[in-house]
Design a protein around this ligand. Structure first.
Ligand code: DAH
Length: 339
């Protein structure tokens, strides 16, 4: 019996020593100390040992059990330590490795231009306002001297929400809102999104406009021209010239269309200006006295000028962007060029 116990002890200790993982060690624990493990079986066999030998045998079996348990516990601790070490090694981060360059965002070209425009006009004493994109027919059309069924509504392909509500087709709608709520002197610019059912390389159903309005005593076409001249030189280049051509808008009288010398060829003639040396950039004029009166401003006492243009168009001319869609597709390859 004693030999048998020594054999068990020798085998168990050898297995414990050669175990390399806690899983293997657990198998050893089950094999010897489990319910039907070798040591448990020996203890169950005690019933067959002669009565007088039992105390001595019991002592031996207990010693065996203690020795195997002790060896198991010691090795368990050792393996746990080793496994923890391996895990830490595997999870280690090499802080000296070169990293992928961090990608920082850039401002959208329309944001860049809008900010530049606001700076330019703020420098001339204009404040900045914003208004709703879902607008009533009253502000978008009627108070701007465009009654219902007026033929000039055909100039703009309007998205109607119902008979009286539209997606604003022009930031000019804010002229009416401002004139009906503020007293002159007024000097304000309004950047914002506008909508029209129109879609080609130079038109997008959603685009951005920039409106200007100045109302005071003795405002003339000369003030408008001077203001636009300053704006054009600042946004394009110092040698930019401005030209006013007679035109028609219901809310201005007289009305003008405004061209600037081409910023690509400086007036020599190129693809951008179609060889003319000039590019059209905006509509403007003296605020129609009928509009002043409809909005509650005394046209005998006050006059004003107004202008409006597409921020997209300015960006396209300034950066040489051939298709307006590029401004709305959010293609990173395009956007990251503007820093
Ligand atoms: N709202 C006009 C358009 O979208 C542009 C415009 C023309 C605005 C003349 C004005 C203006 O303020 O006076 O085509």
């Amino acid at each position: 019996m004693k030999e048998k116990l020594d054999g068990i002890k020798r085998d168990a200790i050898a297995m414990i020593e050669s175990a390399e993982t806690t899983a293997q060690l657990n198998d050893v624990r089950v094999k010897y100390l489990g319910k039907s493990g070798a040591i448990s079986l020996v203890m169950r066999d005690m019933a067959n040992v002669p009565k007088e030998d039992r105390p001595a045998m019991g002592k031996l079996v207990n010693e065996l059990r203690t020795a195997v348990e002790g060896a198991l516990n010691e090795k368990t601790e050792l393996l746990a330590e080793r496994e923890e070490e391996l895990k830490l090694k595997a999870e280690a981060i090499d802080v000296t490795l070169p990293v992928d360059g961090k990608r920082t965002g850039t401002l959208h070209p329309l944001t860049l231009i809008r900010r530049e425009l606001i700076d330019i006009f703020a420098g001339m004493g204009f404040s900045v306002d914003e208004g709703p994109e879902i607008e009533s027919d009253l502000f978008n059309f009627q108070l701007l001297n465009i009654p219902k069924d007026h033929p000039s509504r055909d100039m703009q392909d309007t998205f109607y929400i119902n008979d009286n509500i539209v997606l604003r087709t022009q930031t000019s709608a804010m002229q009416a809102r401002i004139m009906t709520t503020q007293k002159p002197p007024i000097r304000v610019v309004v950047p914002g999104k506008v909508y029209r059912s129109d879609d080609d390389t130079s038109h997008s159903p959603i685009f951005n406009q920039f409106e200007g309005l100045a109302i005071d005593k003795h405002i003339t076409m000369g003030d408008l021209q001077g203001c636009l001249q300053t704006f054009a030189q600042k946004i394009f280049s110092k040698d930019t010239k401005v030209r006013l051509r007679p035109s028609y808008f219901p809310f201005t009288e007289p009305s003008v269309e405004v061209d600037v010398t081409c910023s690509m060829c400086h007036g020599k003639g190129c693809r951008v200006c179609k060889g003319t040396g000039w590019v059209e950039i905006l509509g403007a004029g003296i605020v129609n006295p009928a509009v002043l009166e409809m909005c509650g401003i005394d046209s005998g006492k006050y006059s004003g000028f107004a202008f409006g243009f597409g921020i997209d168009r300015i960006a396209m001319i300034k950066y040489g962007i051939p298709n307006i869609k590029l401004l709305y597709e959010n293609d990173m390859r395009f956007l990251k060029q503007f820093n």
